[in-house]
Design a protein around this ligand. Structure first.
Ligand SMILES: C[S@@+](CC[C@H](N)C(=O)[O-])C[C@H]1O[C@@H](n2cnc3c(N)ncnc32)[C@H](O)[C@@H]1O
Length: 243
């Protein structure tokens, strides 16, 4: 039987509807990751952003391996991708079964700057997609984003998962309600990045960064110059880099 991809376009958005073959959520259920409809139900959202990369030779990184459930799902989904998985627990090597030789495991503490620096040096690569499903501590989410967002390719995306931890009182998340400028709270940090997306438009009648005068462009920080859009969903934030 043949399956077809359907592309739906409006003037601003273009999404590919998954083919009738195995979709990402079905793979997630097969491999029993909590990203699937078994629990968090993130995968239909990811499919909208990732389906066009499915058969491409992309470079992908997921922080947080646990027992490799999502890794086996990504390995099958991105069948031509080069996949990296990061975790601070060396015990993950016991769960490497079922992964292809396109997948590499790295022992890295995402909360330690030197670990991330060493990882960046060692891999010496740019990523199409980075997904943070690691410790979910706010300081880890922010440090990893700041260190790894520069490693995203133009047009690529950085995804932070399980952002509900920003609201947990016992993770000091209630601070968010008291002071929205407190950028140590991951959800506030990301919400405040929204202003960077609009910075160019706010400075100039023409919001197209390519037409932004060179001198002013030099004054932009990496988020103002490089983030094209930020998308919030329940517990997820997707930051898309400009092409
Ligand atoms: C939610 S689990 C990952 C689940 C996996 N992605 C899946 O869907 O099957 C979180 C993982 O993050 C790892 N982790 C926790 N803190 C970390 C840190 N500071 N650096 C790297 N990994 C960390 C834990 O060891 C655990 O394996």
């Amino acid at each position: 039987m043949k399956f077809f991809k359907v592309v739906i376009c409006s003037s601003v958005l273009c999404y590919q509807v998954p083919s009738l073959g195995t979709n990402l959520n079905q793979l997630g259920v097969k491999y029993n990751t909590d990203k699937s409809s078994i629990h968090h139900n993130y995968l239909d959202i990811y499919e909208r952003y990732l389906n066009h990369l499915k058969d491409q030779p992309i470079t992908f990184l997921e922080i947080g391996f646990l027992q490799g459930s999502s890794a086996r799902m990504w390995d099958e989904y991105f069948s031509n991708g080069k996949l990296h998985f990061m975790d601070y627990d060396p015990g993950i090597y016991n769960y490497a079964h079922g992964l292809s030789d396109r997948s590499t495991l790295h022992i890295v503490d995402q909360g330690k700057r030197t670990d991330l620096e060493n990882f960046i040096k060692k891999t010496d690569t740019q990523f199409d997609v980075i997904l943070d499903d690691g410790g979910h501590r706010m300081e880890q989410q922010i440090l990893s984003f700041e260190m790894l967002f520069p490693r995203i390719k133009p047009g690529g995306m950085y995804i932070v998962e399980d952002l509900h931890t920003s609201y947990w009182s016992d993770w000091s998340g209630y601070e968010f309600a008291k002071n929205t400028c407190n950028n140590k709270i991951a959800i506030n940090y990301l919400l405040n990045l929204v202003h960077d997306v609009n910075h160019v438009g706010a400075q100039n009648k023409c919001a197209d960064i390519n037409k932004f005068p060179t001198e002013l462009r030099k004054a932009l920080n990496i988020y103002q110059s490089d983030i094209e859009s930020i998308h919030f969903y329940t517990s997820i934030c997707i930051i898309v880099k400009r092409k």
